[in-house]
Design a binder for this molecule. Structure first.
Ligand code: SAM
Length: 240
């Protein structure tokens, strides 16, 4: 049995906190979906060092930030103490235990959903954690492209192509979006096409990522290709 807390402690021990700029694309898209956050109770799920917790707290949210890593939570607690921020509560907790911390008007997550298994059980927890009409915003990866999934399975960790993921995680699958759709109104947005650039990571070890951007830009208007993008925003609205 993998100790996920210890795994993430090791990851976070090598990463210091960074600051999310005001015009951060994910942050701005989250705000667009959440609306006015002043006084809102917001959960930052799998907060890591808590960059987005601080971003949303600066916009008036009362933030509860949870992560399974004690190193990540210690880092966020230290950042808050240093900056004199008292509207962020950082708690070491599993994503499966957040219902008892709610209810939340807004739930934010960056690159967390695809780590959570069994996902159907997590969807129930999320629904229980949200206030009526609450909103969720998740920045996620996407398993829709069979070609990228094939590359991930067969090339990563071989031929000198680095493995940046752990053995347990897998990009968010269409069937998992289906599970969310059973409990929430769901809208998926592909802010940019990230496909040729992602493939360059697998096939060219990242060389040419910048140069291949024009292919992604060219193909972006084609809806059935855009849905293959490796990056997506999953926007949820709970029942009232
Ligand atoms: C890819 S990192 C993203 C961190 C942060 N949200 C960001 O965007 O920088 C995933 C985070 O989820 C946390 N995590 C993984 N599984 C978790 C779980 N079951 N419950 C709570 N946190 C978890 C990890 O400790 C890690 O901080």
């Amino acid at each position: 049995m993998v100790d996920i807390g210890a795994h993430w402690d090791r990851v976070h021990a090598t990463q210091g906190p960074t600051v999310v700029p005001d015009d951060d694309e994910v942050g701005v898209a989250g705000l667009r979906h959440f609306g006015d956050l002043r006084g809102a109770r917001l959960l930052d799920l799998g907060c890591g060092n808590g960059e987005y917790s601080l971003y949303f707290a600066a916009r008036g949210a009362q933030v509860t930030a949870i992560d399974v890593s004690k190193v990540a939570i210690a880092s966020l607690t230290a950042s808050c103490a240093e900056a004199g921020i008292d509207d962020v509560v950082a708690i070491r907790a599993s994503a499966f235990d957040v219902a008892e911390l709610g209810p939340f008007d807004a739930v934010f997550g960056s690159m967390i959903l695809h780590h959570l298994e069994p996902f159907d059980a997590f969807v129930d927890v999320l629904a229980a954690a949200m206030a009526p009409g609450g909103r969720g915003f998740f920045y996620e990866n996407n398993a829709m492209s069979k070609a990228l999934v094939w590359c991930r399975r067969h090339l990563v960790g071989r031929f000198g192509i680095p493995r940046n993921s752990d053995d347990e995680e897998f990009p968010l699958e269409p069937r998992e979006l289906g599970l969310l759709a059973r409990r929430f109104t769901i809208e998926v947005e592909y802010p940019t096409l990230y496909l040729a650039r992602m493939a360059s990571g697998y096939l060219l070890r990242g060389h040419g990522e910048r140069q291949l951007g024009w292919i992604d830009d060219l193909l972006y208007p084609i809806e059935r290709i855009r849905r293959l993008s490796y990056r997506q925003y999953v926007k949820l609205t709970g029942a009232t």
